[in-house]
Write a protein that binds this ligand. Sequence first.
Ligand SMILES: NC(=O)c1ccc[n+]([C@@H]2O[C@H](COP(=O)([O-])OP(=O)(O)OC[C@H]3O[C@@H](n4cnc5c(N)ncnc54)[C@H](O)[C@@H]3O)[C@@H](O)[C@H]2O)c1
Length: 669
Amino acid sequence: MITLEEFQNEIMEGIPSELPTKAEYDLNLNHAPKRKEILSNDEKKLALKNALRYFPVELHTVLAPEFVEEMKQFGRIYMLRYKPKHKMFARNIEEYPGKSLQAKSIMLMIQNNLDHAVAQHPDELITYGGNGAVFQNWAQYRLCMQYLSEMTDEQTLTIYSGHPMGLYPSHKDAPRVIVTNGMVIPNYSKPDDWEKFNALGVSQYGQMTAGSYMYIGPQGIVHGTTITLLNGGRKISKEGESLAGKLFVTAGLGGMSGAQPKAANIAGCISVTAEVNPKATYTRHSQGWVDEVIIDLDQLCARVSKAKKSKEIVSIAYQGNIVDVWEKFDEENIYIDLGSDQTSLHNPWAGGYYPAGISLEQANELMANEPELFKEKIQETLCRHADAVNKHTAKGTYFFDYGNAFLLEASRAGADIMAEDGINFRYPSYVQDIMGPMCFDYGFGPFRWVCATGKTEDLETTDRIACEVLEDLMNNSPKEIQQQMADNIRWIKGAQENKLVVGSQARILYADAEGRVKIAAAFNKAIKEGKIGPVVLGRDHHDVSGTDSPYRETSNIYDGSSFTADMAIQNVIGDSFRGATWVSIHNGGGVGWGEVINGGFGMLLDGSDDADRRLRSMLFWDVNNGISRRSWARNDEAVFAIKRAMETEPLLKVTLPNYADDELINSIY
Ligand SMILES: NC(=O)c1ccc[n+]([C@@H]2O[C@H](COP(=O)([O-])OP(=O)(O)OC[C@H]3O[C@@H](n4cnc5c(N)ncnc54)[C@H](O)[C@@H]3O)[C@@H](O)[C@H]2O)c1
């Protein structure tokens, strides 16, 4: 264990001038799979040259062969020798060295994203989703932390896909950090382009909250999944009926997907979640995120039947391939009420989705050595997967795509997954049916905060404040949003009991624009009064305004604009001059490289008047930008919400759509 002073010195030192000793490769950690060979010999030379530019020339003869070996072994150069000695976790903000409290809050959030209890592949700087990177290599981490420790509130640090380009003069209201991840010329946005640029060390996949330092462990998605399941349940239930005794089947116990069983328990149903990787299964089981693990399909059927009879609330992990579960439940006539999938299909060819019929080890070997055959096996599995789902939906199961590109990849594999019109998918995405009309269009989205002191008491106080604000708002809420308000109050009341914290003292709470502004202002006041320490605000990119993603966040936009990305870009630019502490904009995240543009922000509340001014301006924009776009797309709920926002803010004036008569249109075409 190193001392606080040693930690601070290591941060301030940046990339050491002397060669650090190399730590042993830790086999107990969950490591990223070997990335496929993509570079030509000349490109490998370029990748090596690119890696060496971080280090003094006299070290190159030692480092060059080491980096070549990493490229051979992992398909990437992570610079493992430069992994710091200090432990990765969100420390109390006061423990970070530096001149800017805002910069310190960013260091805290970066360390949280790399915490071994939080990150999926910590050595490879991957937070979640198989390839959601904070940095591409350890030199970037060291350099970035050094810059943050020396910058003032008159400077801005720019980060190009993990690479800290440098500090530039700016001003106190400017963001301290601007992050771009994976931005490329649109024609070069195919999955193999990512493989290549990433192997060259010039780009990275930031997912959503990985490369933007806003990941708060699976809690972030537990809330969203709970809301999705509750509202999905409302779609299939009779008035007043709950989810008791109903079965939810899905896959994935990884970074985000690991939240599914916990959410199912909170929503009150029986869940079966298949997971092929035993490390992921047993991690989630030991963390209490899933109640039981079963490795035999017959036992699984017996256990589910028993749970159905007694309407037990239980979450079961099946250690194996999801396709086997769907097929077995069909053979055994086990009725599935709700079905989905959260394997990493945004990344199907590099370990996001595993083929049925072969072991995990065999699959990993195939992926690295025979990528074409691996691809064939994946596509065969996807076709089987879709066929089995189709058999269940024919019996009445409500299946939804949970934003992991399942329908997209299944369709590309030639699976029977298209609707009769041959254009749309047979099943809705959860945003089309549930999250879009019920939440995003009204402005409800995954607002979150982190208590920067790391104190549980602070989190308890913020939970209480947020609950009081929501209860107060609910008294005057229109009926259209009463259900959402009630669900969110229920969530925040149960949040502590559900023991959701992994890593930093963080909380997620779906809230609309008014809720977010009022909660943030109440936090800032409590900080000013000394009741709590500083708080970092943020949100998932998966939100009302942050993400343009035609198969996910904007899949309920039907005016033809769902393939445009103006909203996400406008959002991040708008946030940056309205007071965000840092902003980020990413290509890829959730559904895959080239499939989505998404952005987000972080904002430090320090109890100052400046923070109060910034939060009001930025949060209002951050939500209402998306509502405006959704309303212009003729989404009734958003039209309702933006009209309401205009009533409360005289400076807001949004262009509203006129509705053309379908009869008129049809008489012409
Ligand atoms: N809907 C949302 O709000 C939302 C939010 C976050 C992430 N996502 C998407 O969900 C997906 C999962 O995210 P994650 O962070 O959990 O990724 P992850 O890679 O950490 O986890 C996916 C898990 O699926 C397992 N898996 C793969 N193929 C399987 C198979 N055939 N059968 C059983 N298990 C299999 C993997 O072993 C892995 O543990 C991603 O595509 C992500 O983009 C959706």
